[in-house]
Design a protein around this ligand. Structure first.
Ligand code: DOR
Length: 439
C-alpha cells in the first residue's frame, strides 16, 4: 500500500460545484480535498502536479459494470478491470451480481468485498442479485448499493420475470431496486419467430423496443404501488424515455450507456457480434431521443455496462455469441468528445458521470470538487484527439466497440483517495481503493 500523501494540483481548469470551469489550485491531504483556491501559496505538499492546460474533474463513478470475478476470470478480473477504470478516469464502480457463484447471499457479497480489498486500485461496491427465492438476503445484505433484478436476459437463477414474483420484492424493504428491464416472455416468443437466423442484426428485432417498454412499464407500476425506490438500468429506447417524460415519479432514476447514445443498429455491419449487447442497440432515432432525455434530466446519469467477453467467445455465430461490450476505458472520452462537439456541456458530463450518481446512490463525499470531499479526481486533456487503440486497452478482453474512434478528454492522471493511481499511460498497481458506503 502506498503511503498517504498530500498533493497540490496547480493551475488546472477546474470544474466548480456550480458547474463553472475556473483555473484553481487544489490541495489534498490523505484522502480528502482540503483546499480549492485561485492560488495556494502556503502549502508544503509531498507532491505537486503542474496541471496547466489540463482540466480537473471529479473521478467518474460507473454505476453498472460486470467485472467477472469470481468464476469468469478468463474474461476479466477485479485487478485488470480496476486498472482499466484507472486509465479511463473511473475512480469508483458498482458491480453486478452475475458472477459465479452469483452474488445472491451475504457470503458471496463478503467474498467479493474481500477480493476487491486485495486487488482493486479504485473504489468498489457490489449489487445483490434477486432470484425468486432469496428475499431474506435481499433485505439484509450489506453494504450494497441495491438489489439487481434481471426481468429478462437472465443469467442462470438471476431472473425474476413475472408480476407475481416481482411483487414481494417491491413490497418488502426500502432499499433501491435496479432493473434490467426486458420482458422475458416477449423475448422467448420472438426467439422462436426468428429461430435459425444467424445474422446478428436480428438481435435488435428479437429483443425489440417493445420488450424493453413492457418491462419498464411493469417496474414503474410496482414502484408506484409501493412508492419503492427504483432505478432503470441502461435505458435504451425512445418509447421508455417518452414514458418517463410523461410522468416520472420523484423516487425513480434512469441511466443510459454511451453505447446506446453513440452506436445504433448500423454497427452490426461494421463490427458484427462485437455490437451485440442486452438491451440491444437501437435506431438513430432512439439515439437522438435518449440524448435529449439525458439533456432534459429525464435520464439521470451514465453507466457503461462494461461487460467483457473474449474475442473467441464473440467470434461464435449468433445466437451463440455472448452479449456485452467493455466500456470503462472509453466512457469519459466519449462523453467529453460529445461536449466538445456541442452535444452537451462539460458540466453536464460531470453531473451525469459523478455528481448525480453519488447523489442517487447516497455515496457520501464524492462527485464534487470542494473542500471536505474525497480526493477522487481525474485530470483530462481536452486539447488533444487520439484514436481508441486495441493495443493500449487494459481490459483483459482487449477490444472495444469504439476502436479507431478519434476522441478527446482522455485521462492524463487519475487520483483515488489522494493517491495517483494512473499517470500518463502507467497504472500504480500499489494503490488500493476502498469499499463504498451507501446512504
Ligand atoms: O449485454 C449485456 N451483457 N448486458 C447485460 O446486462 C449483462 C452483460 C453481461 O454480463 O455479459
Amino acid at each position: 500500500m502506498s503511503e498517504l500523501t498530500s498533493l497540490l494540483i496547480r493551475r488546472a481548469q477546474t470544474i466548480l460545484p456550480n458547474g463553472e470551469l475556473m483555473i484553481r489550485d487544489v490541495l489534498t491531504r490523505d484522502r480528502t480535498i482540503v483546499e480549492v483556491a485561485p492560488e495556494i501559496s502556503n502549502a508544503t505538499p509531498t507532491k505537486e502536479i503542474d496541471a496547466q492546460g489540463l482540466t480537473l474533474l471529479p473521478g467518474v463513478i460507473d454505476p453498472q459494470v460486470h467485472f467477472r470475478e469470481p468464476g469468469l476470470e478468463h474474461k476479466e478480473d477485479l485487478f485488470t478491470a480496476s486498472c482499466a477504470c484507472a486509465k479511463g478516469g473511473v475512480t469508483s464502480f458498482l458491480e453486478m451480481p452475475n458472477t459465479r457463484p452469483l452474488t445472491t447471499t451475504q457470503q458471496a457479497l463478503d467474498d467479493k468485498l474481500q477480493r476487491a480489498a486485495q486487488k482493486c486500485v479504485v473504489n468498489y461496491g457490489f449489487f445483490i442479485g434477486a432470484t425468486p427465492e432469496d428475499l431474506p438476503d435481499l433485505l439484509l445484505a450489506k453494504p450494497t448499493p441495491g438489489i439487481k433484478i434481471f426481468m429478462g436476459s437472465m443469467h442462470g437463477q438471476l431472473l425474476v420475470d413475472t408480476e407475481t414474483a416481482l411483487e414481494p420484492i417491491f413490497a418488502q424493504g426500502s432499499r433501491l431496486i435496479a432493473v434490467h428491464a426486458e420482458d422475458q416472455a416477449r423475448i422467448n416468443t420472438r426467439r422462436q419467430e426468428f429461430a435459425g437466423i444467424h445474422d446478428v442484426a436480428v438481435h435488435s428485432q428479437i429483443q425489440d423496443n417493445l420488450a424493453a417498454l413492457l418491462a419498464t412499464k411493469l417496474a414503474l407500476k410496482l414502484s408506484r404501488k409501493y412508492q419503492r425506490r427504483l432505478h432503470i438500468l441502461h435505458m435504451s429506447t425512445a418509447e421508455e424515455a417518452e414514458l418517463l417524460r410523461e410522468d416520472k415519479p420523484s423516487w425513480v432514476t434512469a441511466e443510459v450507456t454511451p453505447q446506446h447514445l453513440w452506436l445504433n443498429t448500423s454497427a452490426y455491419e461494421k463490427i458484427g457480434t462485437l455490437a451485440q449487447m442486452n438491451p440491444p442497440l437501437r435506431s438513430p432515432h432512439d439515439n437522438e431521443v435518449l440524448w435529449q432525455a439525458l439533456r432534459d434530466g429525464i435520464i439521470d446519469f451514465i453507466a457503461t455496462d462494461h461487460a467483457p467477453h473474449t474475442l473467441e467467445e464473440k467470434a461464435q455465430q449468433y445466437p451463440n455469441s455472448p452479449s456485452g461490450m467493455p466500456g470503462v476505458e472509453t466512457s469519459l472520452p466519449l462523453m467529453l468528445t460529445g461536449a466538445m462537439q456541442g452535444k452537451c456541456t462539460v458540466a453536464q458530463v460531470v453531473n451525469w458521470m459523478s455528481t448525480a450518481v453519488a447523489k442517487a446512490y447516497g455515496i457520501p463525499n464524492k462527485g464534487v470538487i470542494a473542500r471536505g470531499y474525497d480526493a477522487d479526481l481525474v485530470l483530462v486533456d481536452l486539447n488533444t484527439y487520439r484514436p481508441v487503440l486495441r493495443e493500449e486497452l487494459l481490459t483483459k478482453c482487449r477490444w472495444s466497440p469504439f476502436e479507431g474512434w478519434n476522441l478527446t478528454g482522455w485521462a492524463v492522471t487519475t487520483i483515488v483517495g489522494g493517491q495517483i493511481v494512473y499517470d500518463k499511460g502507467k497504472v500504480n498497481t500499489e494503490v488500493r481503493g476502498q469499499a463504498l458506503t451507501f446512504g
